[in-house]
Design a protein around this ligand. Sequence first.
Ligand code: F6P
Length: 600
Amino acid sequence: MDRSDQTCGFSTMCEWESPDYEPTLPVSEKSNPLTRNIDRASADCIVRTLQACDAQMFQEQTEASHQKLLSDQVVKTLMEVAKRVEIILKDPQDSLVVLSGCGTSGRLAFLMATSFNRELRKLNRSLVYSYIIAGGDRALLSSQEAPEDDPRSGVLSLKKVCEGKKQVLFIGISCGLSAPFVAGQLDFCLQHPEVYTPVVVGFNPAHQAKDEPIPGCTFTFHSVVQRMQELSKSQVAFLINPTVGPEAISGSSRMKGGSATKILLDVVLSAAHAAACTNTPVTYEGILQHMRAYDKTLDITYAKTEGMTALVEAAGRSLRCGSRVCYLGWGSLAVLGLIDASECDPTFGADYEDVRGFMSGGYRNLSNNEGPLTSLGPQFCISHEDFLRSVLPYLSDQDTILLIFTRSDDVTEVAKLARRVREKTSNLHAVYHHTDGDTAAAEQGDISNLCLSTLNVTWPTPASRSFLLMQWELSTKLLLNAVSTGAHILKGKVYRNHMIDVQVTNSKLYRRATRLLQKLSAHPESKCEEALLRAIYRVDKLTQDITSSDMTAHTLTARKRTKVVPLALVVLLTGCALSEAESHLEQQPIVREAVEAWLS
Ligand code: F6P
């Protein structure tokens, strides 16, 4: 494929904000005009395009635009929520702050709840944070989309963590303001205001919250948000919903949605901690300054475009030839590796072996609710020892291994692991975060000598250690999102800027897939849904059984299938039988190429 730099002209920064731009879609599902041809871009251009997309997070609000991260109303709401957390920190008896979400939103809820609890433990204070993730702890490491559709299990898990509590600040995260799991929890909070104060975090204007009926419920996400909007006037509920622009890969909320979630909640919880533990009051200026510092985090990270490009190229080469990419991380940066790897399956139809994360200390250091999950299967083996035992022996130069560590980690241990990996493959790389005042340990030099590329990210000496760690985490998230997204683009897993091989495993993904087929084939919705069902059930003619089943049955069947959307698209565009489409895709797995070859 001729990968060019043609997508790197960024003249249309705000085209997506025009009311005429994809008017039926919420911001979080729109396609980003900046990335229209990202599937044909070079690695360098992919990185620079992602940088431009991420920069949209910090755009200023204009008169015509929706509220943004730095908008006055957003900053004020963050202050109010921080003050609620402060109250709980000062009087933690029978109180709790719960962070909840699905997929990456739940994984980030986990990361923040455990990180801020760790801070409290260091200060000998009561731990006040709990996390909930749809599908339970297995969803921290693997894709579990079906539970996202289940509001009842959302409520049950909330009741369980809050048993006996008299005051709960509930923070429900759904980037698209769409997950029924979170809607159920918010509705429950609204019904029990004597205990619960609900906060919703998402990245669409309130009127764009999902209004699709939820089976068995009288509310939709939209109606819950409307009630919360009303109650927010008396500060009984809070909405944090700036827009951050469409995702680089349409609907891939793990990217900007996840980054913005982390920025907002890190800012809120840090401000609350400073207020409760060091008597630094929560102020408007303080919140604003902290948010702006994250803008710098983006600059510092993307100043390393060249190094990022080298990583994207290496990872892309590995995936293209059926080899793997492994992240070997330390501390919370390793968790970001686990999170990044876990989303490749639903987003790109990847196998769990394609991109994997490993963490020093494994479950000993993960601090998840359910403890070790290794008995669930190889996908849940996450320690470096697991890597040495089950992956290292099979490595070759075609696999890409990435070490992720900071100056605070045990560099001798990193060097030791690097030497072991180097015996099997030369395709070893490193990301190393440190501050400008650090003197490099001798081992650091050794590690660089062992690696094909080292991305040294140098940070200004910070006002606080915990803020430095949060910056490293966000920076690592951006880097790894770029590596895994870029590598899958180079593998041909993106069509224009859409996830063409998305798993159709819940209602949101089913609707997204149908919409994508409509857009790419220009056929009516009914025909596209029919093609989608044919690809899910692998039949050329739909039976009465299939057409009378509900969406849950379809998504359950889709879980067992691969290449559902690519097959449906080829069938729609060419009119061929499923078996023909299957063999065509086997010969040409890059869907855009497959379709164009056929049509020409
Ligand atoms: O359905 C899967 C998924 O799209 C994940 O990729 C994503 O992280 C998760 O849903 C959560 O979405 P939201 O934050 O919009 O509820």
